[in-house]
Design a protein around this ligand. Sequence first.
Ligand SMILES: [Zn+2]
Length: 120
Amino acid sequence: MQRDITFDAWWRFTRQYLIGDDCWEWQGKLTPDGYGYCSFMGRTHLAHRVMFLLVRGRWPKDCALHRCDNPRCGRPDHLWEGDRAANNADRDAKGRTARGARHGRWNPGSPHHLRGYLIE
Ligand SMILES: [Zn+2]
């Protein structure tokens, strides 16, 4: 069940974005791969997924992906919803697989690898 989002939670979340001409960059805490994350409504979430929720009114079904390949970005029109296969294809196309290997358990572009650390 989705709890109602309070204005306070909304405000504390959105003020951590720096609204740029292009990307909106997260100014808060970052995962080792550069994804913004935060506490939102009492639980820890990836910031771009929270932005997806605020804009669409629901969590992304599988992944929220970045068109701009900027993991800090939360600009709504830079985010798109994809499944795991699309996420992997997108990551491969952008050549980020090797970087993921260096980072060990953190896999860039894949919030699924954050399970156990971040709660969906
Ligand atoms: Zn962007």
